[in-house]
Design a binder for this molecule. Sequence first.
Ligand code: SF4
Length: 214
Amino acid sequence: MLRVTEIFRSIQGESTHAGRPCTFVRLTGCPMRCVWCDSEYTFSGGEQIELEDVLGRVHAFGCRLVEITGGEPLAQKEAFRLIRRLCDEDYEVLVETGGYVSTETVDPRAKLILDVKCPASGEAERNHLPNLGRLRSDLDEVKFVIADRGDWEFALDIVAQYDLINRTKAVLISPAWGEIDLKELADWIAGSGLEVRLQLQLHKYVWGPDVRGV
Ligand code: SF4
């Protein structure tokens, strides 16, 4: 059984996969409380669904790209089995995780998009830093949500300390929605000279920031 908030088909809004058709499985629950969280509706409720039925709904959408997200998807043990089953069926599987739970036993065929929580989130102390050591340069991406200059400097420190430019497929710099001037953030990125990329959440520009299931 999995506790599921929603399963839907849309375009991928984030990461280097942005713009691609994608089925999303959004699992319920998260042990963190980032102050700028845009997914608070996942903290409770949801529907208990058998693993086979989750797979059936994914099949029905017909997309080869599937993202397992939340909430914090890895907070549910059954999520690891769902990921494995989707990989067995040759789906291209993305796992977006808030970085609190160990990724050690995630099926290695899945591609990770690992958040590193910055200080303004209020949750930076809970980053499970060993996850950074497991990132793979050909598959995995790391994401920093930036709300202010302190977050940007924190991100730069972590990128340098863990050699993330060389050890990941992409370093994504994402503005906390409504919290930071985009031009200012773009200027910091441009001036850094680093191979990091500004990531806008495409779905919010297409459908608006509060629309769910898109
Ligand atoms: S980890 Fe994600 S879902 Fe959980 S509180 Fe932070 S932003 Fe929200």
